[in-house]
Write a protein that binds this ligand. Sequence first.
Ligand code: MRU
Length: 358
Amino acid sequence: MKIEGKEYQTIWFDKKNQVVKIIDQTKLPHQFIIKDLKTVRDAINAIKTMEVRGAPLIGATAAYGLVLAIIENNDQTFLKKSSEDLISSRPTAINLKWAVDRMIKKLSRVNSDQILNIALNEAKEICEEDIKFCENIGLNGLKIIEEIYNKKKDIVNILTHCNAGWLATINWGTATSPIYHAHKKGIPVHVWVDETRPRNQGANLTSYELNEEEVPNTIIADNTGGILMQRGEVDMCIVGTDRTISTGDFANKIGTYLKALAAKDNNVPFYVALPSSTIDWETKDFKNIPIEERNSEELTHVEGLDKNNNVEKVLIYPKKSKAMNLAFDVTPAKYVTGLITEKGVCDASTEGLKKLFK
Ligand code: MRU
């Protein structure tokens, strides 16, 4: 997708300099900075500090992290330790484990003189596959938007939470892909973008990328969705997911659950967009999904531009107050209208998922 008219992907390998290039998302929307990851430790830090974030993108970064590990030290013990450190760098998104397991499977019993090329090809393949999957999610979700438009014959208002946009994937995004496809087809869409406290992925990333693609959007405070739904100003919700278990229950950015409850109460269709790399087939009970708790400083401090256009971080809470920062919540499948996947749209249930993914 485009930034200032130029096409970008969120991650790529620079063969000449043997580094991985990323867009540093902690600097958006005020600065657009491309950063080099030179070592596996750089990749782990980028995931932990959320220079890269979003389930599919952290999976791809972990895959490239292993490429960097091989460049640094082509040794099995180092590769094993790097794999473990990458998987544990963030706990909720299953894509980290999915990508690392896929890389390790590909690299097992490979000669050490071939391992780098094979790792590089597999990391690229993970990225290319994600682009294709996200494109298909877009085409499948487009049909739903078209149906709403054909009935309404007016702007389709879509609410989304966090950033499940192209910045969270390699290209297209998951939740945003149907929106981009509809926009490109000339269907009038408008997006209600939840700000998504505390990291403001909605305001800083989703609104930013929609602006760059000229998709009309409005940022709202996280608690605004309910009244908009009561007023009939939301035609559908589409969100992403960090882990969807085989029952159709799913984890996503904190606050998603409350949007799903409000949608149910107001008969607003609530869709979850996901590539199959986000499905956790092993966990059977959503209570067993690990929920990341991040540093409370993400809540107590905010960053913005001062009057001289310098980025500044300020404390906004009383100095003595404690704060808790759970990064994800779980939405039970019963609140989900459908899962939009690369293979089609299905019920959020074991049967629904199994029909698409035999
Ligand atoms: O903490 P983040 O910004 O990594 O959380 C991202 C989300 O919750 C996204 O909705 C999810 O990863 C899906 S991305 C296509």
